[in-house]
Design a protein around this ligand. Structure first.
Ligand code: CO
Ligand code: CO
Ligand code: CO
Length: 327
């Protein structure tokens, strides 16, 4: 669902419950919720599932699980347990379903969490994902809000998975040619999350369906700081520019662009094809982190050998529109 439709539906619901245990609930743009048990412990809850983005069932399972676990990491949490959410046409064969679940389980185990169960529905199109519960100390929750002018913006995975998935569906690209992005989507955001927490991040979110610009916009309330990002510094997966040039841009990118246009100014040097990249919906994208400059050293150390992360811009006092995309 596009950001505009989702906002409409959420406005139709009664306001979220006021309970002091709800530290992060319906009224913030975060994808996970945080419920406090006591002064030292809060639970992080999230769920996410979608249709296959690649043909290989095991890899699809890995990507869907990494994507669902990511919202726990974005809050600075540690995954504890997961439940499978499965929609599957029985005609497709149980070995395919078994491979999807095995892929998912490999990521749940890598995250140190336990698979506790799940629920399966017969459906024409396969869908898979997880409901995940994690824990976090109530004083160390990261949310999408809290970035300050002067903060450095980092992005911990390359962009372009929506464009690549569109090209794969249209047979303009093989799964082998997409290997770099598949490995990236299957990678957990665990190292990035720990690095962000230890570096004293002011704000953090993960980049998924609303694209880089959409999730950046969620970090910037109307009267808060703005940001400048440098297009040339954006990490991008292999073949993305080429596929975007061939028009392999998903409809979701245009929905995101139309919704966000008033908040984003793109320098004229950046052409339309390149511009689509910042609106491209991501699957299992990286963390977008606002760090105080003095936290960069710790962040860099913690990220160690992890490739693909970049410092993409910074928060500034006043800009209009709020997001300035510079060459
Ligand atoms: Co999500
Ligand atoms: Co998210
Ligand atoms: Co059930």
């Amino acid at each position: 669902m596009g950001p505009e439709d989702l906002e409409k539906v959420l406005r139709m619901l009664p306001p979220g419950e006021e309970r002091r245990e709800i530290l992060v609930g319906l009224d913030t743009p975060d994808d996970a919720a945080v419920f406090m048990l006591d002064g030292d412990t809060a639970l992080v809850h999230t769920l996410d599932f979608f249709t296959p983005i690649v043909d290989d069932p095991y890899l699809f399972g890995q990507i869907a699980a990494a994507n669902a676990l990511s919202d726990i990491y974005a809050m600075g949490g540690t995954p504890l347990s997961a439940m499978n959410i499965v929609c599957f046409p029985c005609s497709l064969g149980m070995d395919i379903l078994a491979s999807i679940l095995a892929g998912g389980l490999s990521k749940i185990s890598e995250a140190g969490a336990a698979l506790l169960g799940g629920h399966t529905v017969d459906d024409e199109e396969p869908k898979f994902g997880l409901a995940v519960t994690g824990r976090v100390h109530p004083d160390r929750i990261m949310t999408s809000l809290g970035a300050e002018p002067g903060d450095v913006l980092v992005l911990t995975k390359p962009l372009g998975t929506g464009i690549l998935a569109t090209a794969l569906k249209g047979d303009f690209l093989t799964e082998a040619e997409m290997a770099e992005a598949i490995a990236g989507m299957a990678r957990l955001n665990s190292t990035a999350s720990r690095a962000a927490v230890l570096a004293g991040a002011h704000a953090c979110t993960d980049v998924t369906g609303f694209g880089l610009a959409g999730h950046l916009s969620n970090m910037l309330p109307d009267h808060g700081p703005g940001c400048e990002i440098h297009f040339s510094r954006l990490p991008v997966y292999e073949h993305v520019r080429e596929m975007a040039g061939m028009g392999m841009v998903p409809a979701g990118a245009y929905k995101n662009r139309d919704f966000l246009m008033s908040r984003v100014e793109v320098a004229p040097e950046i052409d339309d094809v390149e511009r689509d990249l910042i609106f491209d919906p991501q699957t299992s994208g990286g963390l977008l982190v606002a760090l105080p400059p003095h936290g960069m050293e710790v962040f860099r150390q913690q990220m160690g050998g992890e490739d693909g992360w970049r410092q993409i811009g910074r928060l500034v006092e006043d800009t209009s529109p709020l997001i300035q995309v510079l060459p």
